[in-house]
Design a binder for this molecule. Structure first.
Ligand code: ADE
Length: 246
């Protein structure tokens, strides 16, 4: 897939595109990632992208012209992208949205700065997305979160598909607990079943652990979850075990 980030702070993305999952996705050709400096679409010596707000005069607003010129230039070379504007007014970003966006051919993120963006820019925006109920000074850090979550979902980007499918939220549940060597550490042991080599038993244990964690840590998710037949059976066992421990 292809992603463009439109920003006045392209430098912020330099390490982001070199390292980690996103860096690997780009190097492996799974992700075509372009950072566009919005100042390249200005015409004054100061490369101005903002101006005073009409009406109040309070704060600075991003001017429409560089954004529209960038967009026209883009459309003259490529087909129409899905345009996302990061904003605290947007719908809350979640795993479902990450999966949905990762299936799109071309997603463009337009990063706002200052107090906001001239409202007319919203005519080219397909959706506004938020990372939470707080206000950032710009959309750049939110875009890094969107792209990191999306990149994991592109087939072949994360080594093993199962490791993505077991991620928290992928199937509506939190991830189970993980262990590595040593088997004993400071009096704490790795659960015996994980060392048993019995894959059926291990699978059931991990499912019960994911259900237990979701129930205790995120009861809101647990109550909304549509349980499969397998999950219901695991839940019954889990309740029995919890009852025996009481
Ligand atoms: N830009 C400013 N605040 C934001 C938020 N909470 N989420 C996404 N983009 C933003």
């Amino acid at each position: 897939m292809r992603i463009e980030v439109i920003t006045t702070l392209p430098e912020l993305f330099k390490p982001f595109v070199r390292m980690g999952v996103v860096g690997r996705a780009i190097q492996n050709g799974k992700l075509d990632f372009d950072i566009v400096n919005l100042r390249d679409y200005t015409h004054d010596a100061h490369r101005t992208t903002d101006d005073y707000a009409y009406g109040t005069g309070i704060g600075m607003v991003m001017k429409p012209e560089p954004i529209f010129e960038m967009f026209d230039d883009y459309l003259s070379k490529h087909s129409h992208p899905w345009v996302v504007f990061p904003s605290p007014q947007g719908k809350r970003f979640d795993q479902k949205k990450a999966i949905e966006l990762s299936k799109r051919e071309d997603v463009m993120f337009i990063c706002g700065r200052y107090e906001g963006v001239d409202e007319r820019v919203m005519t080219i925006v397909n959706e506004e997305l938020s990372i939470g109920d707080f206000v950032l000074s710009g959309g750049e850090t939110a875009v890094m979160i969107f792209v990191e979550a999306m990149a994991r979902m592109i087939p072949g980007v994360v080594g093993k598909q199962e490791s993505v499918e077991n991620d928290s939220f992928y199937n509506g549940l939190l991830d189970y607990g993980h262990y590595t060597r040593p088997s004993e550490y400071r009096g704490m042991s790795v659960p015996e079943v994980l060392k048993s080599g019995n894959h059926a038993k291990i699978g059931k244990y991990l499912l019960k652990d994911a259900l237990r964690r979701t129930m205790l840590k995120r009861p809101d998710l647990f109550l909304e979850h549509k349980f499969t037949v397998e999950e219901k059976a695991a839940l019954l066992e889990l309740f029995k075990e919890m009852h025996e421990k009481c």
